[in-house]
Write a protein that binds this ligand. Structure first.
Ligand code: NAG
Ligand code: NAG
Ligand code: NAG
Length: 170
């Protein structure tokens, strides 16, 4: 009985989520893909979340060649089971778009942001100014670093892409 009563509501939510998730990443050029690979390799070799930002900045530097316009979500703490040396984890924490907090904060709940992890997107779970969260993780220091082509936001903890990301078949 309970289930039946809630069914229309559930269907509505599923529809919203499905609709919101249909934005897909414009495909990257070969050069952008090469830059992305270089950045991710540097991050996973750095060994820890703390070292991700330096690796990201060193390999994505305006002064040393082409830059991948992108935003890095930098976890503040580590979490058992989410490995900073995993290329999947690193790719999921980078979005190939320039999203400073003024742009991010205009996004409505359930908006999906495609990441460098193919077919996986981050979801806006709370868009209030004081509790802005993506994949249920609070942005603890928005705009930690902002340049004309890249942004770094510090997140309270790492994203868990198996929990929030929908795997879409392209
Ligand atoms: C993290 O990944 C690396 C490389 O795949 C592996 O050697 C290491 O054991 C992993 N650590 C944890 C805690 O899973
Ligand atoms: C969003 O965050 C604000 C501030 O922390 C909180 O008051 C509010 O309940 C949150 N909304 C949801 C839907 O979780
Ligand atoms: C990530 O999410 C999956 C699916 O909800 C869950 O089974 C797993 O325990 C989570 N991992 C961490 C480290 O929270």
């Amino acid at each position: 009985m309970e289930t039946t009563k809630h069914l229309p509501f559930l269907i509505m939510i599923i529809t919203i989520i499905t609709t919101a998730s249909s934005t897909s990443l414009p495909s990257l050029t070969t050069e952008q893909n090469e830059m992305a690979t270089k950045i991710i390799d540097a991050m996973i070799s750095s060994g820890s979340f703390e070292d991700w930002s330096e690796a990201f900045l060193n390999t994505n530097d305006e002064l040393n060649g082409p830059v991948l316009t992108s935003t890095l979500f930098l976890p503040k703490t580590s979490v058992e089971g989410i490995n900073a040396t995993s290329p999947l984890v690193a790719s999921y924490h980078i979005v190939p778009q320039w999203l400073d907090f003024s742009v991010l904060s205009l996004m409505k709940p359930f908006s999906r942001i495609p990441t460098l992890l193919f077919g996986h997107s981050i979801v806006v779970t709370n868009n209030s100014a004081s509790g802005f969260a993506l994949d249920g993780v609070l942005i603890s220091e928005p705009d930690l670093f902002v340049s004309p082509s890249i942004v770094i936001h510090r997140m309270a903890s790492p994203f868990n892409f198996t929990r929030y990301s929908l795997t879409l078949t392209p």
